[in-house]
Write a protein that binds this ligand. Sequence first.
Ligand SMILES: Cc1cc2nc3c(=O)[nH]c(=O)nc-3n(C[C@H](O)[C@H](O)[C@H](O)COP(=O)(O)OP(=O)(O)OC[C@H]3O[C@@H](n4cnc5c(N)ncnc54)[C@H](O)[C@@H]3O)c2cc1C
Ligand code: SF4
Length: 276
Amino acid sequence: MELLRPSSLEELDTVGPGLMLAGGTDLVPIVRNRLIDVDTLVDIRELVPRGIDGTKIGAGTTLAELEVDPQIPDALRQACAEAASPQLRTMGTIGGNLRQATRCWYWRMGFPCYLHGGDRCYAMDGEHREHSIFANDWTASAHPSDPAAALLALGARVRTNRRELSIAEVYRLPTTDNRDVVALEYDELILDLEVPTPDASVYLKAADRQKWAFALVGVAAARFGSDVRLGLAGVAPIPWALESADQLEQATPLPGTAYKVEIARALIDRALAAVQ
Ligand SMILES: Cc1cc2nc3c(=O)[nH]c(=O)nc-3n(C[C@H](O)[C@H](O)[C@H](O)COP(=O)(O)OP(=O)(O)OC[C@H]3O[C@@H](n4cnc5c(N)ncnc54)[C@H](O)[C@@H]3O)c2cc1C
Ligand code: SF4
């Protein structure tokens, strides 16, 4: 395997396709376990801005840097602080967090399921207590990113080396024709995020442990004036926006994930109360 270290975006355009490596906390185990085929890794740490300037966040900023910065809205700070472990937050960047792969255990064990290009979802008929309650008719995977849920509620915008788009537009539901959960090109680089400042915001997370566990359900709420937006983690193959708890009536839980609907309802109630 080749490791490339371009020193500018212009040089990146000349090095050809490769999988982009930031902190490596998600990518390295995936490559090491041969879950994806890769010939070339491109170290992007010299290319992606790092740091916080008011409402602008470089995609190379680590979760540890975000969780302590007073310029960052509460929902995003709390989502970063509740993610992973201190060591992982010190290495892991916000750009890498948004593009992290599913935690579905079948995918992580290399089962030839839909998201690996195969022809079935093993979780639907198998073990799926950590899986989704929305948009789960094809893959039942649940998006693991706490910060993405917060950024969704906050209405963040994302700048890449190709375009600017909303955080919601970064994600797409996978289909037979395109099994990716991000709408970014293979070599499209997230450069920075613009995060509006709300009047109040919060992130609440339910997990099997209080530390170092992925969200069974994560709920972010952000209030701008009288307008409150919700973003959820752990409930759909992509970060999921809801307008109110009433929309939980439209959930399609699997037998093993019905409990998540009740957790989501309780967390939404608490989050809405917290931002009033
Ligand atoms: C044990 C464990 C527990 C975890 N728990 C949580 C948790 O509770 N909540 C949570 O939200 N996350 C959790 N994570 C995920 C963790 O936060 C991410 O692994 C980390 O943020 C990824 O950042 P990185 O810089 O290491 O990315 P990498 O591992 O380097 O890259 C991850 C992916 O993002 C792509 N990428 C990286 N940077 C960019 C960029 N700027 N533009 C475009 N694509 C890019 C890479 O190509 C790769 O596909 C956990 C991870 C582990 C290993
Ligand atoms: S939930 Fe998605 S990732 Fe998991 S086995 Fe089914 S298709 Fe694969």
